[in-house]
Design a protein around this ligand. Structure first.
Ligand SMILES: NC(=O)c1ccc[n+]([C@@H]2O[C@H](COP(=O)([O-])OP(=O)(O)OC[C@H]3O[C@@H](n4cnc5c(N)ncnc54)[C@H](OP(=O)(O)O)[C@@H]3O)[C@@H](O)[C@H]2O)c1
Length: 189
């Protein structure tokens, strides 16, 4: 099962049509979740099966310099969901022959950036003209990652440890958060 369908709804957050943003969430989040839920339960009995959810690089640091990606708030959020969501069923199925992966391509040479889901996006043609990874290479990387048991696959990533370091940082955040307010948040102390 490959959950590849996606739309972007690009535009300044406060200006994008609210209905379009709901459609972005319906395609990128609701459908992806429902289809994964529909696919996974039948896989253990068959002893085989894989789900690949297509996220995107703006799932990570979409707001940060040197290349902040404004106009992608809901898109980046939906792809962040795809990453966070996919990791849990993948963990639940670890040690079985079943595979659940989220692939996070960077700019890919498709028609994606020319439309917001229902309308052209002005200014995005320049992005598209810069090219991007051929879609076939994204597929090759994803399938190689699937074979290798990569849960979070970033096709152009040369630093093989970067995903592991991200997970370590997340664990640090979770483990470092106690049940009392942190000193810097307390007034008068
Ligand atoms: N291109 C990039 O730079 C890039 C980078 C990272 C991630 N991605 C992700 O890659 C995935 C594929 O995008 P793409 O680059 O191939 O863009 P694309 O050429 O615009 O293709 C989008 C695909 O999604 C389908 N789709 C959209 N809305 C749908 C709906 N309501 N129901 C069913 N199918 C729907 C489209 O089907 P129809 O043609 O039938 O409408 C089309 O096959 C997306 O999830 C996107 O977020 C793209």
């Amino acid at each position: 099962m490959v959950n590849n369908a996606g739309i972007n709804g690009y535009g300044p957050f406060a200006e994008v049509d609210a209905g379009l943003l709901t459609r972005v969430l319906n395609v990128n989040v609701v459908a992806l979740t429902a289809l994964t839920r529909a696919a996974v339960p039948g896989m253990p009995a068959r002893g085989r099966g894989a789900v690949i959810n297509v996220a995107s690089l703006p799932a990570f640091a979409g707001d940060l310099p040197p290349d902040p990606l404004p106009r992608r708030a809901v898109y980046a959020g939906s792809k962040g969901y795809a990453v966070t969501f996919t990791r849990t069923p993948a963990a639940e199925l670890a040690g079985t022959p079943l595979r659940v992966q989220v692939v996070c391509p960077g700019l890919t040479a498709t028609e994606f950036h020319l439309g917001a889901g229902d309308a052209p996006v002005s200014g995005e043609r320049r992005v598209h003209d810069e090219g991007g990874m051929p879609a076939a290479d994204v597929v090759t990387a994803s399938l190689a990652g699937l074979e290798a048991g990569e849960v979070v696959c970033v096709p152009g990533l040369t630093d093989a440890e970067a995903v592991a370091r991200l997970a370590e940082a997340e664990l640090g955040l979770r483990a470092g958060s106690g049940s009392r307010t942190a000193p810097r948040s307390s007034h008068g102390e």
